[in-house]
Design a protein around this ligand. Structure first.
Ligand SMILES: [Zn+2]
Length: 319
């Protein structure tokens, strides 16, 4: 009887232990579930994870992050936009219009000699509006290079245009840039680096160039002093193309890829020098659509005149 009793107590204790163990295992499982659930939610919901991070990270760290992201937000947006583009291989060789502008302002009668290079802001805006409405996408130099070398176009945006301005004129900042921003279009200005460095009154300042670059504009090369390269010695050509590139590369933290030959003058030697210095594209004043077949260092452009109407422009650049 007593042995049986002891046996019963032992069995009861064993049963109790099993119960405790089961409860413990269940509690542990529950904890594991809660923890893994928390991490899963954190991973799946970016807003939750951001809030968690923000509340747990030191204030100065999150402030730094905010400042740097706002400083580069435009170039980031641009990068995002470029990343979003799906490039589609084309069957036929792609030809792109590279528009050539110089000054954008109301011409003063005293400027009659340069009249051909001055487009009024109203005319310029009519061009941007027409291009936008016709569905044109404005290329950056890097995108133009991609289009020409890989024979691709952005998906659903088969109409592309590269807006270029020569001579780094001050009115690019005061007149053209606000309109480009209004229509959310991008352009490239080819800079005469010596004139900018010397602070010439009719030129863009380096600060303006940097500000516009932050907002999606591109700045490429137009030599140091705007000489006639076809009439310059090899040494002089090399210096003009090299010193200007170094100025842009270092001041704008970029790899300058494109040169516009001053007044469109160049020789085969010029092209060779440009290639040796690392230029990938050269812009001429030869009229027509640009095509890789013409050579990347001697690309055609479409000259825009003061009298070019929006309809003229659309007619001229349609393939
Ligand atoms: Zn020029």
């Amino acid at each position: 009887m007593s042995a049986k009793h002891t046996g019963n107590r032992l069995a009861r204790r064993k049963a109790q232990k099993r119960t405790y163990r089961l409860i413990l295992v269940n509690v542990l499982l529950l904890i594991a579930l809660v923890i893994s659930g928390f991490y899963l939610i954190k991973q799946w919901s970016p807003s939750t994870s951001k809030n968690t991070l923000a509340s747990s990270s030191p204030v100065n760290q999150s402030q730094t992050a905010t400042t740097s992201s706002s400083q580069t937000s435009d170039s980031k947006n641009q990068t995002k936009e470029e990343e979003k583009i799906k490039w589609v291989k084309q069957d036929n060789p792609v030809k792109i219009p590279i528009l050539m502008y110089h000054a954008i302002h109301e011409m003063d009668p005293s400027e009659a000699a340069n009249a051909g290079l001055i487009v009024s802001p109203q005319t310029f805006e009519s061009h941007l509006k027409a291009l936008k409405e016709a569905g044109y996408y404005t290329l950056t130099p890097a995108e133009a290079y991609k289009v020409l070398t890989e024979n691709v176009l952005p998906e659903n945006k088969s109409k592309v245009v590269w807006l270029t301005f020569d001579d780094s004129l001050a009115d690019f900042y005061s007149q053209a840039f606000p309109l480009l921003e209004k229509y959310q279009m991008r352009a490239t200005n080819n800079v005469i680096t010596g004139f900018v460095e010397n602070g010439r009154a009719d030129m863009l300042t380096l600060d303006q160039i940097k500000e516009m670059k932050e907002k999606g504009m591109s700045f490429e090369d137009h030599t140091v002093n705007h000489p006639d390269l076809s009439a310059s010695s090899e040494e002089s050509q090399t210096s003009e193309l090299q010193v200007s590139k170094q100025y842009l590369d270092s001041n704008l933290s970029q790899t300058t890829t494109t040169v516009a030959y001053p007044s469109g003058r160049y020789t085969d030697t010029t092209l060779q020098i440009a290639q040796n210095l690392g230029y990938k594209m050269g812009l001429t004043t030869n009229n027509g659509l640009a095509s890789a077949a013409d050579g990347l260092l001697s690309l055609n452009r479409v000259r825009v005149n003061p009298t070019t109407t929006a309809q003229d422009l659309l007619n001229e650049i349609s393939n």
